[in-house]
Ligand binder design. Structure first.
Ligand SMILES: [Zn+2]
Length: 360
């Protein structure tokens, strides 16, 4: 008897893609809808990834890129998930992608983008959240990634492209391009391998501040008493990065951070270039929404992430934040109002909060 336990894949779908598809369909991941279809040998039916029907055995599952491909092999569309009906959100996103492809290489306003596809900004926002998990602006930034563009040029669907670029599956939904967090989450390996970080140190009324940055953005903001131990900390955190003292450049970032340490309101947007898990990234983005002068509890942050039971994980993400001040983890406190910990010392946290409260 011939043993064929390998995963059946349709033409043009790599085993790696098939594995990703399998995971997405197990999770009934709606974000994957449109990027592929799965067909079931035993029932001759094909479905979209989010279909609520029971999952087939893996060996009975085939993957297709389009409904047409599945039908050519004799599969019929499922009546529950109606895989042939293109979801309206996906259709809208496809149209926006077409507009972006023909646009000049500069950001478009949401209003004009909406007008060009006969929609409204509110509709676009909803459609993008549904179809890609990104805001229109984040999508536009992702779109400017050369790799993503190329995939679309080569005929991948939008969702397929987002998937391959690391923006798709629900578990990595938040590992996405963002105006504040770095642009290319997938490009760094652990330890900052491949990063070149230049650092500079300045004096503040809370002691020394070290700012480490790559060409793309800020990777480290540390507070302490002693320059040498801050540099050591940087080498530990980014053990595989090349770390050098800044000859010049980045002075504006350093100045801006010193101003924020002294309690001033942000005056420029600081780009970040940090390594993070999907969850850390989500937490840090949430922390950036806490206004100056305000605080949140770990429980509140966990709740606003839709993960009320992840309070400890939130606390851990705060404790491991490498870019203090810019990601204001000092604004998170315990439910009883006590300050909890701070990587750079409790008295610094206390003073930062006092200053912000006084000037907000
Ligand atoms: Zn179905």
């Amino acid at each position: 008897m011939e043993m064929r336990q390998t995963i059946p894949t349709a033409a043009g779908i790599t085993p790696q893609a098939a594995e990703r598809y399998w995971q997405a369909m197990l999770q009934r991941d709606a974000a994957a809808d449109g990027s592929f279809f799965f067909a079931v040998r035993s029932t001759h039916i094909y479905c979209r990834p989010s279909c609520p029907a029971r999952r087939p055995l893996r060996r009975n599952t085939l993957f297709f890129r389009t409904p047409q491909d599945a039908e050519k092999q004799g599969f019929r569309p499922c009546r529950r998930c109606r895989p042939k009906q293109q979801d309206a959100s996906t259709a809208l996103v496809q149209r926006v992608a077409a507009v972006l492809a023909n646009a000049e290489d500069q950001p478009l306003r949401l209003g004009s983008l909406a007008k060009q596809v006969d929609s409204t900004p509110a509709q676009l926002r909803r459609a993008f959240r549904r179809a890609t998990g990104l805001s229109p602006k984040e999508f536009e930034q992702a779109f400017r990634l050369a790799r993503f563009k190329k995939m679309l040029r080569d005929g991948s669907s939008v969702t397929e492209g987002l998937y391959a670029c690391g923006y798709g599956s629900s578990s990595r939904l938040y590992e996405k391009t963002n105006a504040h967090l770095g642009m290319t989450p997938a490009s760094y390996r652990k330890g900052g391998e491949g990063m070149e970080i230049q650092y500079a140190v300045a004096n503040t009324s809370l002691g020394k501040v070290l700012v480490g940055a790559t060409q793309r953005g800020i990777s480290a903001v540390y507070l302490g008493d002693n320059e040498r131990s801050l540099v050591e900390e940087l080498r530990k955190e980014y053990a595989k990065a090349e770390i050098v003292r800044a000859a010049d450049g980045h002075e504006n970032w350093l100045k801006e951070i010193v101003r924020r340490v002294e309690g001033s309101a942000p005056s420029v947007d600081l780009p970040l270039d940090v390594q993070a898990t999907a969850f850390q990234r989500r937490v840090w983005q949430e922390l950036q929404k806490i206004p100056r002068g305000a605080t949140r509890t770990y429980t509140q942050v966990a709740r606003s992430l839709g993960k009320p039971r992840s309070v400890r994980a939130v606390a851990r993400a705060c404790a491991t934040n490498p870019v203090s001040i810019v990601v204001p983890c000092h604004r998170v406190i315990r439910t009883d109002g006590s300050l909890a910990g701070y990587r750079w010392g409790l008295s610094r946290k206390e003073k930062l909060l006092e200053r912000e409260a006084a000037s907000a």
